[in-house]
Design a binder for this molecule. Structure first.
Ligand code: SAM
Length: 448
């Protein structure tokens, strides 16, 4: 494909996306319709496509400011001019003389492009939510959460902006099959894939550059899985031990269950519950590949009850459904689909799940509440409200648990970077820790 044809492809892919479709799905569908595209074409199409997604609010703000239509074609022109500095080249890229190129710019479009070329993508006059590409209604909520663990205002804003960066790809060894991450690093190096040890998780390696790894023999043999370092940390902090009874009540595709079952060396039981039978089904293949056989899966409906599971579990893990704001580096467009109503529904589900966990945990056991959210309303505020009326529960010392689990595996204490907030809950932050944003609270059930 010519550079011009690649640009035409991006405009068409954006135009073909139905309302509400995830950007990643739209891109994949667009690529499937272009099977003739080679790897260089795919890389170029995907780069420009994601440039538009990552700068969407800012691009639309500029288009609006110069009274231009907000359309896929104009958004792509804006990205080419303001991000790629291609203004001088536009006449070669939008032309009626090359097949498959986007049509030549008309007079209005040429004037628009000239206008955009005078501007810079980041503009001091932009409202802060536009500059940060954050939905306005969530900004204060996120600032409240982040300012609990970071003091200066500038660094708080930098954390919010970091959600526009690209996320690294992390792998996690499966200690049932491979007990030292250096072995994985060496094997990947032998295949020309450079990676290095993650700094917080003792089981993680980070790829130096994004590469497909699910076709490798090591992956097929279950020696490693793909999992963000923050998610590895959250799962290790559940402190599942051999012989325990563990309930993973939002088990999904099994990310946390896999880690806990491996920590338990397949001894004891993980009950993996989820309201999505389809996600649980997907976890089956991962568990088999990992050689794990102490996970029992149970699909439930949204209104599931706890009657048969009362006071049965040493650990009840809630990896709660949430805004996912901590993972927006990976799904940059997800932020624009969130509404106050959707957020309120997540919060109600989170409260319900905390109450279920309270019924399920054994005296002396623990509830571990995890979200990949950067919002106080889904995290600290939920725990504060829950604990206010739960005399049989108390906050556990997460620093101690870190030392006892991750510290022991890593040979180190809880590092400064993973600072705990005032009430002993833990936040991992994309900029400071270079993980997805995670919140982890550990609650101890008193012995009666
Ligand atoms: C953050 S995801 C879990 C990710 C998973 N633990 C992992 O590590 O791969 C949240 C999960 O909660 C499930 N869920 C939503 N509402 C639920 C409910 N009321 N009861 C149980 N699961 C629920 C969703 O289907 C989704 O799989």
């Amino acid at each position: 494909m010519t550079p011009a044809a690649r640009i035409a492809a991006v405009i068409e892919i954006l135009q073909d996306m139905p309302d509400g479709q995830l950007a990643g799905q739209g891109l994949r569908a667009g690529m499937q319709r272009r099977r003739y595209a080679g790897s260089g074409d795919r890389a170029a199409i995907s780069t420009l496509f994601w440039q538009v997604q990552r700068a969407r609010a800012r691009i639309d703000w500029h288009l609006d400011a110069i009274a231009a239509d907000i359309s896929p074609r104009n958004q792509v022109i804006a990205a080419l001019v303001m991000i790629d500095q291609q203004h001088e080249n536009l006449a070669h890229l939008f032309t009626d003389t090359i097949t498959h190129a986007p049509p030549a710019l008309n007079d209005n479009e040429q004037a628009m492009a000239a206008n955009l070329a005078e501007r810079t993508l980041d503009d001091a006059k932009m409202p802060v939510d536009v500059a940060l590409e954050w939905p306005e209604f969530l900004l204060e909520d996120a600032r409240t959460a982040i300012s609990r663990v970071i003091d200066d205002k500038q660094s708080v804003e930098a954390e919010l902006a970091a959600l526009l960066d690209e996320a690294p790809t992390d792998l996690r060894i499966n200690p049932i099959k491979l007990d030292d991450r250096r072995l994985l690093r060496d094997r990947l190096a032998g295949r020309g894939i450079k990676c290095y040890a993650t700094s917080l998780s003792p089981w993680g390696v980070r790829l130096a550059k994004r590469t497909r790894t699910d076709e490798l023999q090591e992956w097929k043999k279950g020696q490693f899985d793909i999992q963000d370092e923050g998610s590895q940390i959250a799962a290790l902090l559940c402190d599942a031990r051999p012989g325990m009874q563990v309930a993973d009540v939002c088990a999904g595709a099994g990310g946390k269950s896999l880690v806990m079952a491996a920590r338990m060396q397949n001894k004891g039981r993980v009950l993996a519950i989820d309201s999505s039978a389809e996600r649980l089904e997907r976890s089956g293949e991962r568990l088999r590949r990992a050689g794990i056989h102490n996970v029992e899966r149970k699909a439930v409906d949204d209104k599931w009850g706890t009657r048969k599971w009362r006071a049965k579990f040493d650990r009840v893990v809630i990896d709660a459904p949430c805004s996912g704001s901590g993972t927006w580096r990976r799904q940059v467009d997800a932020r624009w689909r969130l509404t106050p109503d959707i957020l309120a529904r997540y919060q109600a589900t989170q409260q319900g799940l905390l109450e279920k966990a309270r019924a399920m945990v054994l005296p002396g056991g623990r509830i571990i509440y995890i979200t990949c959210s950067l919002l106080a309303s889904e995290c600290e505020a939920q725990i504060a409200a829950f604990m206010a009326d739960a005399p049989e529960l108390e906050m556990a010392d997460i620093g101690d648990i870190w030392d006892d689990t991750i510290g022991r595996l890593n040979g180190g204490a809880c590092p400064q970077t993973a600072t705990l907030n005032a009430s002993g809950m833990l936040r991992l932050l994309p900029r400071r820790d270079n993980t997805d944003g995670f919140f982890i609270a550990i609650i101890q059930a008193r012995l009666r």
